[in-house]
Design a protein around this ligand. Structure first.
Ligand SMILES: [Zn+2]
Length: 173
């Protein structure tokens, strides 16, 4: 792989990972009754969880491949059930479910799709460019909108920026 291609792949994956994390956090914070900290880490961890399949060794083969078992609704349901069994918290299970569900929903629209009927490999997708500029802008805007509408996270970030800006100003005086 030439350097420009590798660079392009790194940018693509960074944007894709960031989108899954941001959407996961927005849904977990906005629609599950968990605190800001829990919403943040549940959103990031479960928003990214299916892509842990990038770490499967190539030798393993189906279903332990990218967009294999970890991108199936069956896997998502098992993760939600497992999260509930461990946390004994409906809110935590809902946050995890929203985050992992949003990942599968986004990926299911992409050309590579997801194995809906896992363990069957049959699949279908409208083949949308879900990590392209337009879709990324829409998903990020919607996430910021959910955070603004459902939480006071944006106000907290603004305050934090004000405060650290103020600290910096005072130090330089
Ligand atoms: Zn994925």
């Amino acid at each position: 792989m030439g350097e420009p291609m590798l660079f392009g792949l790194i940018v693509f994956l960074t944007v894709a990972f960031a989108t899954h994390a941001i959407v996961g956090v927005a849904l977990a914070r906005g629609f599950a009754d968990v605190g800001p900290r829990a919403g943040l880490w549940l959103g990031v961890v479960f928003g990214l969880a299916p892509d842990a399949d990038f770490l499967f060794p190539a030798a393993w083969g189906w279903p332990f491949v990218h967009r294999g078992i970890t991108h199936s609704p069956l896997f998502a349901l098992s993760v939600i059930a497992g999260t509930y069994a461990i946390s004994r918290s409906r809110a935590v299970a809902i946050a995890a479910g929203l985050a992992i569900g949003s990942h599968l929903a986004i990926d299911s629209l992409s050309p590579m799709a997801i194995p809906w009927l896992f363990p069957l490999r049959a699949t279908w997708s409208p083949g949308l460019d879900v990590h392209g500029v337009i879709a990324t802008t829409l998903l990020w805007s919607a996430s910021v909108g959910v955070l603004a509408w459902r939480t006071d996270d944006l106000a907290a970030i603004e305050q934090w920026l004000d405060r650290s800006g103020g600290v910096r100003r005072r130090q330089s005086e």
